[in-house]
Design a protein around this ligand. Sequence first.
Ligand code: FAD
Length: 417
Amino acid sequence: MARGQKSFDVIVAGTGPAGMLAALVFSDAGFSVALTGPPANRTDGRTTALMVPALAVLDRVGVLSRIEDAAAPLRIMRIVDATERLIRSPVVTFHASEIAEPCFGLNIPNQVLNGALEAAAGAATGIERRQSLVDGWEIGEDQVTARLADGSSISAKLAVAADGRNSPARAAAGIRVSGRPYPQSALVLTFAHARGHGFTSTEFHTEDGPFTQVPLPGDRSSLVWVLKPREAERLAALPEDALSLAVETRMQSMLGRITVDSQPQIFPLSGSLPSSFAKNRVALVGEAAHMFPPIGAQGLNLGVRDVQQLIEIASANREDPGNARALATYDSKRRPDILARTGAVSLLNRSLLSDMLPAQIARSAGLSALGAFGPLRALFMREGLRPGSGFSSLASTVREQVRRKRPGGDQVEQHRH
Ligand SMILES: Cc1cc2nc3c(=O)[nH]c(=O)nc-3n(C[C@H](O)[C@H](O)[C@H](O)COP(=O)(O)OP(=O)(O)OC[C@H]3O[C@@H](n4cnc5c(N)ncnc54)[C@H](O)[C@@H]3O)c2cc1C
């Protein structure tokens, strides 16, 4: 070890939401953590819809109470087929009350979320904060060493790569990644509206991608408008009143008169997937582990589940949380969830962009079935919140319905209990 090189249990590289949360969760579990990366992004105009299970993790590390006032609950989610296609689906509405939840989650401005995570990480005694990029990695058999841009070096048994879509730590670990840019960008802004949103988020499906309004506190909402990059540029350059009118028209005036009240920002979209989620003492979390278009508020929710799975495995391997077997377990446990979400989002996106009739019929049939069949809708909602829980609940809901329909079904149940 080089002179003056400090050693930790874990190095977290990256100070986006996934990295800051990972540092907090590891420190909370008693690991010594170095968190390295630039100051948190305070110019991000996006909001993030985080679902109830992810909020529980924020709560455990003392961050939820810092963000609640600036966030709005999501009670109803609605999908509107706004395509001009031959085959169109009915409106599908999901109520959190259908699965006995008060809300699906909270919509949080990213600046608030990042600020709260940064403040909590700064206050945690188990986290040493290094405001520096990692310049290079040395991956050894027993430890990893990060050379920081400030000239210092740190080492640890495990490196958590939360360094985003181009993840230098992932490359240093020799993990290949396949990806491609999408022919779409996301135009992001916030707006005030004349009518109340009733804590409803509406996703309009269009031929260019989804247009998603998500409630904020008061009569305000955020918007993620996925469209062709050139159209995103054109809209972002419009004067405020013309842009407000374009948003209102696309929303079919559902929320009355609209006034855009933020500077629009554009995010080019891409998708990527690594060949492995952990290798050579490096575990990937957040966008280092998965990138896909912002449909159905999946990205950071999946990132929080990465962190949860990683801490569970690291806690069972306290002596050496970066050992090969622990990382192989992380890789195999994360794979089904990440592949399922990535596949579903990409399929839905492609079915929107596709002119092919079979793709339109499949999407329409899927949404129609969701709209018409309560247990399937409940399955979809539960799977969205807690992967794996939907199928067990579907089985019990269907059993319950079968029992109710069976003559004397109630009595059979009473005898059994
Ligand atoms: C328009 C849009 C809307 C979205 N809405 C939602 C939503 O509603 N719900 C949801 O769950 N998800 C949503 N997402 C996805 C979500 O935003 C991402 O999953 C999340 O921001 C990823 O966070 P991250 O920490 O992994 O990456 P990032 O935020 O990209 O952070 C990466 C960090 O690594 C740092 N870094 C890079 N290189 C180095 C280095 N060499 N050394 C140290 N640090 C380094 C960077 O400076 C940065 O701080 C949305 C995405 C988009 C584009």
